[in-house]
Design a protein around this ligand. Structure first.
Ligand code: C5P
Length: 251
């Protein structure tokens, strides 16, 4: 059965999971290493399955963008979704994150008009962060990025280690995912970015919000979560496992 169209919008969620995760030094691609008995990609899918929008169980299309050769493992993850609410599509990723997002966008069905892009490398991002992002996109019509405020003092340094000056941390956030946009805006920005791909000095964007803003789109921020921490180094896996235990004990 296909998802029932929502009267106001139709949601697509792209989970980019095609990175190799070389800094982790694991035998598998990063999205398939495990925390507490489930792969990073499985944790993300489990969260998508519990999402609510306007108090109702969410539904739409979920696109899993995975490394070459990992489609069977991704289909196993797809099996865990409520297929009455989520149409799941698996595609192979690209050489960099932007290309993987473009491939995910290319797999969306024609009815999808709102898109969230999420890093599989942020496996414990709570459902309420997804929900704040979706709500913000619908209420404001512009892009939405979750972020958390910075508690450390911030210094600008130069190449030889000299501290040049302190920066105002009150006007900065650490950006996380999922980031949400109108499909049209995100597609147009990524299409334009692809044309600039051979000029990396022009487009230094490391996330979707930066791609959208580079081409004139507006983006607002909503409260993220410490649990949306990204797995990059081996210690991040230990940190997230510990954070998960603590969050389960306190809920
Ligand atoms: O490498 P990094 O952790 O910054 O990647 C962020 C996210 O983008 C990860 O979930 C990773 O799997 C994904 N990615 C991708 N395709 C690439 C590179 C990264 O889907 N070629």
């Amino acid at each position: 059965m296909h998802p029932v169209a929502h009267p106001l919008f139709s949601l697509g969620i792209i989970i980019v999971a095609a990175g190799r995760g070389e800094r982790l030094g694991a035998a598998k691609p990063k999205a398939f290493i495990e925390i507490a008995g489930a792969s990073l990609l499985q944790h993300c899918a489990t969260t998508v399955n519990t999402l609510k929008v306007s108090g109702q169980p969410a539904h739409g299309q979920l696109v899993l963008v995975v490394p070459e050769g990992q489609a069977p493992a991704a289909f196993d993850v797809a099996e865990s979704l409520d297929r009455d609410r989520w149409q799941v599509t698996v595609v192979t990723g690209g050489r960099d994150r932007h290309e993987s997002v473009r491939k995910g966008l290319g797999a969306l069905g024609p009815s999808i008009d709102t898109v969230l892009v999420h890093d599989a490398a942020r496996p414990l991002t709570p459902a309420d962060v997804f929900e704040r992002v979706v709500t913000a996109v619908h209420e404001t019509g512009v892009g939405a990025v979750p972020g958390i405020r910075i508690v450390d003092s911030l210094k600008r340094v130069d190449a030889d280690g000299t501290v040049i000056r302190s920066e105002d941390r009150d006007s900065l956030i650490r950006a996380q995912t999922p980031q949400g946009f109108s499909r049209r805006v995100l597609e147009e920005a990524h299409h334009s970015a692809a044309l600039l791909a051979s000029h990396p000095e022009v487009l230094t964007a490391t996330d979707d919000a930066a791609v959208v803003q580079h081409f004139g789109g507006r983006v607002r921020w909503v409260e993220g979560s410490p649990l949306a921490h990204k797995v990059t180094e081996p210690d991040d896996v230990l940190l997230l496992a510990a954070m998960r235990t603590v969050s389960e004990q306190s809920s």
